[in-house]
Design a protein. Sequence first.
Length: 199
Amino acid sequence: MKILLIGASGIVGSAIEKELAPRHEIVRVGRNSGQERVDISDSQSIRKLFERAGSFDALICAAGNVTFAPLADMSEDSFTLGLQDKLMGQVNLLLIGREFANDGASFTFTTGVLSRDPIAAGVSASLVNGGIDAFVRAAALEMPRGMRVNTVSPTVLVEAMDSYAPYFRGFKPVPAADVALAYAKSVEGLQTGQTYHVG
């Protein structure tokens, strides 16, 4: 399969590539690195990516930004990053990408544990993650040409605990390699409309 992997240089993206590259053609995509570049917050950038990359069998997005701040410090503008980047970025990858996807292609998006187990300063992440999970459940009902769509929802990563430990006290971190298996299940399996919880 030809797989477009957005966020390929990140911790999760690197683990996904290691898991899938022995069996598939991986096109590494990033904002600032990779074989192809894309800014998922910009629908024109997304369309240009697909025009360059051509048809594909699977798309994985392991990218997306949100604002982490206490609710007391959040304004309408504070939510814009997560809504335009991680949420609508992934929605637009499907809306535009379905034009270029082969019959039976899969889309796998990334959410996270905060949609079901929130933390302080994580209100934007909780909102965005929950929205994407709900979008995927609904979109799966109407996907054309046998296409599938799922999300992977990991808890905090072992590899990220140096930065995030103060925010995730009491959470059991998972290795990125374990998270990568959920993406493999989505890409290589048959399920659709699922959220794969890891950890």
